[in-house]
Design a binder for this molecule. Structure first.
Ligand SMILES: Cc1cc2nc3c(=O)[nH]c(=O)nc-3n(C[C@H](O)[C@H](O)[C@H](O)COP(=O)(O)O)c2cc1C
Length: 347
């Protein structure tokens, strides 16, 4: 029997028409692709990130130009074109927000990427003034300094989130990696610091080593559906102690993948790699699959699905945690050896 399916969902206090969101990536920086994404059913769009380093660099450059020439102010105006050239990064970003708001009707979220408390945060207000519906802060860091503890890094990041949430009137989502020592505690801390939502997870781009040239090369590779399991576990665990929004990100390649993250407790799911593989219009295929699954399983709305199989709602809550690990290893080993005709020791 076919049921009408209701895809509306609440994310960061915004009512979205669909839980399928285009995450920050090459397509969301292009106005024509944004229109395609909207036509394919996207609930919202997250723009590519503006980096802390870009903002700091340009601010420092402006300061430098003004301080060098302030004693001969008459000449200073001739340096404005130079400042303008330097500003293309940040200025172009504000222009992108304005243009996006003119081209598409769905919410447009700006993205900032940074980890240090500093003056660059004030720039967030310009993103708000340009019309961004929300800001996604990507806390991308590689904790490579042995002198700085995890606790110190986390404390600075929580302070950063609190300052940013104070700076702007629009909601702030925080996108993080899974690499924290006590992830549940950090997620809770982000909520306390004022985040309106969490994006679980960011995906790390790992460098490779070229064995011929011995160069370390940055390598961007797209995700696979198998990577869905990490956000699936943590969204399932976090849903019960987070009252703010959750976006499931990494490994969403089909409507069934989206269904899994929503059942675990995500309010929206985000996709980049699958769109780069198949084109922006593929979002409509993901939506059709999600609707089909919902209809087959008699879910009428995303709101009804959200969290239906989170840790506290699941038939076996331990399945999200360590307790299930030993049982799984034992059953895998006996199936694997059994298939090769080898008996387990003592059996
Ligand atoms: C080419 C490329 C560019 C990306 N640029 C950004 C970015 O500017 N900011 C950001 O937060 N994430 C960026 N991402 C990460 C994606 O938003 C997303 O988190 C990641 O690809 C995992 O989701 P997926 O499995 O759907 O691809 C980028 C990813 C790719 C592949």
């Amino acid at each position: 029997m076919t049921h009408a399916t209701e895809l509306h969902t609440d994310y960061l206090g915004l009512r979205l028409r669909s839980p399928l969101v285009a995450s920050a990536g090459p397509y969301t920086g292009d106005l024509d692709k944004m229109v395609e994404l909207q036509e394919a059913g996207a609930g919202a769009i997250v723009l590519p990130s503006l980096f802390e380093e870009q903002i700091e660099h340009e601010t420092a450059e402006i300061d430098r130009l003004f301080s060098v020439h302030h004693e001969s102010f008459g000449e200073a105006s001739s340096f404005f074109p130079e400042v303008d050239d330097y500003n293309t990064g940040t200025d172009a970003y504000l222009g992108l927000i304005e243009a996006a708001k003119n081209r598409v009707a769905i919410p447009v979220m700006a993205s900032l990427n940074g980890t240090n408390v500093g003056g660059w945060l004030r720039y967030a207000r310009l993103l708000e003034d340009a019309g961004a519906d929300a800001i996604e802060l990507n806390l991308y860091t590689v904790a490579a300094d042995p002198a700085i503890s995890g606790a110190a890094i986390e404390a600075e990041q929580l302070e950063l989130v609190a300052l940013l949430a104070d700076e702007v009137g629009i909601p702030v989502a925080v996108k993080i990696s899974p690499h924290y020592s006590s992830l549940a505690s950090f997620l809770h801390g982000l909520q306390e610091a004022g985040a309106a939502g969490l994006v679980l997870f960011n995906r790390f781009y790992l460098p490779d080593l070229d064995l011929e040239t011995l160069d370390i090369k940055p390598k961007v590779s797209l995700s696979s559906p198998a990577e869905l399991r990490l956000p699936l576990r943590w969204i399932g665990i976090a849903r019960e102690f987070l009252s703010i929004s959750i976006a499931g990100s990494t490994g969403v390649h089909s409507g069934r993948d989206a269904a899994k993250l929503i059942l675990a407790g995500a309010n929206v799911t985000m996709t980049t790699s699958a769109l780069l593989f198949h084109g922006a219009g593929y979002l409509a295929t993901i939506e059709a699959e999600l609707r089909q699954w919902m209809s087959d399983h008699e879910y009428r709305s995303v709101d009804e699905m959200c969290g239906a199989v989170s840790r506290d709602a699941a038939a076996d809550p331990t399945a999200y945690e360590r307790a299930n690990y030993i049982g799984n290893l034992t059953s895998y080993t006996s199936r694997f050896l059994g298939a090769q005709g080898i008996g387990l020791r003592g059996t």
